[in-house]
Design a protein around this ligand. Structure first.
Ligand code: S3P
Length: 172
């Protein structure tokens, strides 16, 4: 499976709840590569949670930090990198990603995404009157951009191991 990656990063993109972190960890394990989560690195750099970052500094500041962290992580690779749902939307980040590796969109339907995000109330973008509708709006706006990823794998509502196998197959 390493043939397709050839020493480059694998960057997982897609909406909140698509399984980027869970699948990323399993893929990294299978390929014996480091796993890095951009949201986690942002929280470590800022020494606060993403939710607090949004409240105290606002989304633009979060996005600026996100780009700096992505740039650093991709330079330190090769690794399996999971990104926050908004990362690939920024053309600057897309350029950094395509220069340093393969991007893979974990594509999921609304019900699958909603089923996964509703359990955790930590996402600042979903603190709205109707979070499911917000998720749907984000799907409509972002899916055309995610479709620019090098590869797409369906992240269905099945066992993580099944999606992981599909990712490894796509890389082979
Ligand atoms: C965001 C997704 C989150 C996090 C931030 C913004 C987005 O990451 O980066 O809350 O814009 O979709 P996950 O996709 O890991 O939830």
């Amino acid at each position: 499976a390493l043939a397709g990656l050839a020493g480059r990063n694998l960057i997982l993109v897609g909406l909140m709840g698509a399984g980027k972190s869970a699948i990323g960890k399993l893929v990294a394990n299978a390929l014996d590569l480091p796993y890095v989560d951009t949201d986690h690195e942002i929280e470590a750099a800022a020494r606060m949670t993403i939710a607090d970052l949004f409240v105290q500094y606002g989304e633009p500041e979060f996005r600026a930090l996100e780009t700096r962290v992505i740039e650093r992580i991709l330079t330190e690779g090769p690794a399996i990198v999971s990104t926050g749902g908004g990362a690939f939307v920024n053309p600057v980040n897309r350029a950094l990603i395509s220069q340093s590796g393969l991007s893979m969109w974990l594509k999921a339907d609304l019900e699958t995404l909603w089923d996964r995000v509703r359990r955790r109330q930590t996402r600042p973008l979903l603190k709205t009157e109707n979070p499911k509708q917000t998720l749907k709006d984000l799907m409509d706006r972002r899916y055309p951009v995610y479709a620019e990823a090098d590869m797409t794998v369906l992240s269905r509502n099945v066992r993580k191991e099944t999606v992981t196998r599909d990712v490894l197959k796509a890389l082979a």
